[in-house]
Design a protein. Structure first.
Length: 121
């Protein structure tokens, strides 16, 4: 893993989760899972993923991140129930299927953009 990429993913996670908490975009059950998600999912999982695919074509980096995101959102909806979206909506996304796909696809932005932000090894 590239430490700069992992740290950048961690910062993205902290900023994302802080903004989501302030704007009440999604809620964790229990609330401490917000911190765990920022550290483990953004920092460790996306940090590793973004490092491992840093030199891959942009489309592949996005696809890997989005694939992970869709699976993670679907797992939460079906099994984990660790977070929820107030009134089953987020911005223009309405309902469980739209949330899984829309939010899941947005996870693809992290491995796509973070390696570009931190620059070459």
């Amino acid at each position: 893993m590239q430490l700069r990429i992992v740290l950048a993913c961690l910062v993205v996670g902290i900023v994302t989760e802080a903004a989501a908490a302030l704007l009440d975009l999604w809620r964790y059950h229990p609330a401490w899972l917000r911190v765990a998600n920022a550290l483990l999912v953004f920092g460790v999982v996306l940090g590793w993923m973004s490092s491992a695919f840093a030199d891959a074509p942009a489309a592949l980096r996005f696809a890997v991140g989005a694939g992970f995101g869709i699976a993670y959102e679907a797992l939460n909806l079906a099994v984990l129930h660790a977070w929820s979206f107030p009134r089953d909506r987020l911005l223009v996304l309405r309902g469980p299927a739209a949330l899984v796909l829309g939010v899941g696809l947005s996870w693809g932005i992290v491995p796509l953009v973070v390696p570009l932000l931190v620059g070459p090894r």
